[in-house]
Design a protein. Structure first.
Length: 281
């Protein structure tokens, strides 16, 4: 199969208040588009991430703090969505995957969280993938808010290449590690974003990774809340650029920020259609 879509109805019912209203309409738009054919593109339902895996990723204090949080269960289910998507790709069942979530993950560090994030879904998933024998990963975070939680997990990990787009004004590189902070500014448009994405993907080609995660926040759209000034046309182009750069490596898109329903209805099917090879950039 070309694309595995991982989806659960609880994401739209019980997800974080800012994020959840986009889930069901975007999924219905995906189904209505005809992209999901049951052959090349298939839908899978996730289970909650194993608690012992979540506990390994986060500190005991953080786990205690989350015990009474109303979003705890849907956050663990969201981590399970990313986990299933990555397992399907890592085992060769799918060439790529798109994981719906009810909460985000990239602001969740080992011991704290903020910004609609509770548990770091990508960090939890990488723990499992390393148990499966994978070791090196490329993470491309295109949500316009800095992924500080993911950096807390992997900032000193030489086997993770972490690209972090955000609304700051500087592009920085840690010379000792594979950390790239792509501050392209408020109101960055399609052209600027794609130009900087192309440049950093060129550098990433020299990193011998096994699987790529894209932390996909459509809050980067000009009609959403994140601070960039992108249009819906940029997301398929971005996806095509990433596909071409990583070649035959596994690819997992992880839904992150964004609240605008109409943007989600266009952006998410656009990404998945490109993953399936059914749309021109």
């Amino acid at each position: 199969m070309k694309v595995a879509v991982v989806y659960h109805g609880d994401f739209g019912r019980d997800g974080f208040s800012v994020l959840k209203d986009r889930i069901r309409p975007s999924y219905e738009s995906l189904i209505e588009s005809g992209i999901v054919d049951g052959v090349d593109v298939q839908v899978f339902g996730p289970k909650p991430a194993p608690l012992e895996l979540v506990e390994r990723a986060h500190t005991p204090q953080h786990m205690d703090n989350m015990l009474q949080d109303p979003y705890r269960e849907v956050a663990i289910l969201s981590a399970g969505s990313v986990l299933l998507a990555a397992e399907l790709v890592a085992t060769g069942a799918a060439e790529s995957a798109f994981a719906y979530t009810g909460t985000a993950g990239h602001h969740a560090s080992r011991g704290s969280c903020w910004g609609f994030c509770y548990f770091n879904d990508v960090a939890i998933t990488i723990l499992r993938l390393r148990e499966m024998g994978l070791s090196r990963f490329l993470i491309i975070d295109v949500d316009p808010h800095f992924g500080d939680g993911t950096r807390d997990f992997f900032g000193r990990d030489p086997d993770v290449f972490h690209i972090n787009f955000h609304t700051g004004s500087e592009i920085k590189h840690d010379p000792l590690m594979n950390n790239y902070d792509m501050g392209i500014g408020f109101d960055a448009d399609d052209q600027k974003f794609l130009k900087e994405l192309a440049s950093i993907l060129e550098l990433a080609k020299d990193f011998d990774f096994q699987l790529c995660f894209v932390i996909f926040g459509h809050d980067s759209h000009r009609d959403d809340y994140g601070g960039f000034n992108l249009t819906e046309k940029v997301y398929p182009k971005m996806t095509r650029m990433i596909l071409e750069a990583i070649q035959d490596k596994g690819l997992v898109f992880v839904l992150s920020g964004g609240s605008n329903v109409q943007v989600a209805k266009e952006a998410i099917p656009g990404v998945i259609s490109m993953l399936a090879g059914r749309r021109s950039p």
